[in-house]
Ligand binder design. Structure first.
Ligand code: PEP
Ligand code: MG
Length: 589
């Protein structure tokens, strides 16, 4: 948004989850002061140790319960936080500090501090986990000091706009979209995990918005999760124009409207905007869902996904004491497959390594974890894990009425692609593709397509590796912009390489959920789009308003630009209305 278009007093950040939300501000501040270093216990070290242990366990159990309630990726993230609270080395460090005389709260604070320093020094993805660790620490200290952990309220009289410097995953996932009208953070990038979770919840969100936390609590704020506008104190008419005839707290989410109080919310029927994805002249563009496990299937169906374009399978492997048995994997995959009889489900095989290590494997210290052994590099190093997952997938496919396709993350070369496809074939999986997330893969797409049955472009990592910009860094958010012409060039190259060999090439990165960019991606030659379920209606509507020829012209104009802003403006001028949410229709729940 240009300064000229910005209403007076409004702030602008990065819109990362589409829709418009309105409500009073609730600012989350976790700047609790550190427990006094001189605070000692009363001499009964054993009792104090037990108190610390109880608090750690209580927080672990709360996090675990919150994760189970939320499901999907949230369960994974909160589960990892619960593991932090249950770490035996941490417990031993706390016990040692209490033994040396420290009170339980101080001992916990210092015990976590040692890990914090290690993570912060590692930087990258591990560095980002500092916020998660701090969140666990603050929760435990709050319990020990008899305070509430200071997170956002889980219930409120009307939906509120949650503002924070940065949100811990636990803050995001324990909330419901009926309670929160929008998220705004000062930090965080568009592909940070908080942004992905907000999209998965279907709540409008703006990140990298400096100054947001200085908006006074209670101020009514309008948040546009597409343009990134954060507007304190708009008039009733302005709110009504933005969210459709009401000044009560609420949100328009992914093109569907939620409004009214938390208790009496009215939700638009997302089914109205269903049907196969296609341009206005009938060029089919299957619209698929990104999901983090079987619990997300309901949303995928609700928003009319034609299938699953990305099932992230990490949920089965992280935070486990032992590798999941084949039988358990088969059941989880079948649960997803059975939701789409006759449809397709693309499963991404395990994407861990470098920084996300399954607890049952020894960690590896790498100086530059994001550039280390992750994705397929990890998978190849542990053939028993790879073999088990591929076998389980083949068994699930044999029992299902859906078409299963599998794909590998982080593939960089044609040889890696060929080895992966061979392994899949040997396991009895007929359709094996690769993700295009590394620039080398896009540059040599024609070679990779020799063996890979299809491509799926992961624009989140492709941007990270193209611009050498950590995807979790708010300060580098501009480099994580999928409108960057260099990224569009790589998408075009990948799609052309696939097309020359008659292979389909989808996009499953967050870029696919931006309605204007979705049209441009189609113009670049992308054949399917997979996104957070709540983004589906707006993308479906945008495609249905424009011909394929228009998309081609918009793609050409965007690539001719020299900045992301120009690229978007050039595309939008050829795709009028592509950024307008689909018509709203309300249905009582
Ligand atoms: C991507 O990198 O674009 C992607 C879809 O994978 P993830 O976000 O899980 O890394
Ligand atoms: Mg990726």
């Amino acid at each position: 948004m240009s300064d000229r278009d910005r209403p007076a007093g409004a702030l602008v950040g990065r819109g990362v989850s589409p829709g418009v939300g309105f409500g009073p501000v609730h600012v989350v501040s976790r700047e609790a002061s550190a427990p006094d270093p001189g605070a000692c216990h009363d001499g009964d070290a054993e009792a104090e140790r037990a108190r610390a242990a109880r608090a750690l366990e209580r927080v672990a159990a709360d996090l675990e319960r919150g994760g189970e309630r939320a499901g999907g990726e949230a369960e994974e993230i909160l589960g990892a936080q619960a593991l932090m609270a249950r770490d035996p080395e941490l417990a031993a460090a706390v016990a040692g500090l209490v033994g040396a005389g420290a009170g339980a709260a101080r001992a916990v604070y210092e015990g976590f501090g040692r890990y914090r320093a290690l993570l912060a020094a590692a930087g990258g993805y591990l560095g980002e986990r500092v916020a998660d660790l701090d969140d666990v620490r603050d929760r435990v200290v709050a319990v020990l000091e008899g305070r509430s952990p200071g997170g956002p309220p889980f219930r409120a009289a009307e939906p509120y706009v949650l503002i924070a410097r940065d949100l811990a995953p636990a803050d995001t996932v324990a909330l419901s979209r009926e309670t929160v009208a929008a998220f705004v953070t000062e930090e965080g990038g568009p592909t940070s995990h908080t942004a992905i979770l907000a999209r998965a919840m279907g709540v409008p969100a703006v990140v990298a918005c400096p100054g947001a936390t200085s908006i006074a609590p209670g101020t009514p704020v309008l948040v546009d999760g597409s343009s990134g506008l954060v507007w304190p104190g708009p008039s009733g008419d302005e709110v009504a124009a933005a969210i459709g005839g009401t000044a009560a707290g609420g949100a328009v989410i992914g093109g569907t409207a939620v409004r009214g109080t938390a208790a009496g919310a009215e939700r638009a029927d997302p089914g109205m905007a269903t049907g196969p994805g296609a341009t206005s002249d009938g060029h089919a563009v299957p619209l698929l869902a990104n999901i983090g496990g079987p619990r997300d299937v309901r949303d995928a169906l609700r928003y009319g996904a034609e299938g699953v374009g990305l099932l992230r399978t990490e949920f089965l492997f992280l935070d486990r004491a032992a590798a999941p048995a084949e039988e358990e994997q088969v059941a989880a995959y079948l649960e997803v497959l059975e939701a789409f009889p006759g449809g397709r489900v693309v499963v991404r095989t395990l994407d861990v390594g470098a920084d996300k290590f399954p607890a049952f494997l020894p960690g590896e210290k790498e100086p530059n974890p994001a550039l280390g052994r992750r994705g397929i590099r990890f998978f190849e190093k542990y053939p028993e894990i790879m073999g088990g997952q591929l076998r389980a997938l083949a068994r699930a496919a044999a029992r299902s009425r859906a078409t299963l396709q599998v794909m590998a993350p982080m593939v960089a070369t044609a040889e890696e692609a060929a080895r992966y496809v061979t392994a899949c074939r040997e396991a009895g999986l007929p359709s094996a593709g690769v993700m295009i997330e590394v620039p080398s893969a896009a540059l040599r797409a024609f070679d990779l397509a020799l063996t890979a049955d299809f491509f799926s472009i992961g624009t989140n990592d492709l941007a990270q590796y193209t611009f050498a910009a950590d995807r979790g860094s708010g300060a580098l958010a501009a480099l994580q912009d999928a409108w960057q012409p260099a990224l569009l060039d790589l998408v075009a190259l990948a799609a052309a390489g696939a097309a020359e060999r008659g292979r389909p090439c989808g996009v499953c990165g967050e870029a696919a959920g931006d309605p204007v960019l979705a049209c441009v991606l189609v113009g670049l030659g992308v054949t399917s789009l997979s996104m957070a379920p709540a983004s589906l209606p707006a993308v479906r509507a945008a495609l249905s308003r424009h011909t394929r020829e228009r998309c081609l012209l918009a793609a050409r104009a965007a690539r001719a630009a020299i900045s992301p802003g120009e690229a978007r403006a050039a595309a939008l001028s050829l795709l009028p209305g592509a950024d307008t949410p689909p018509p709203r229709r309300h249905a009582a729940r």
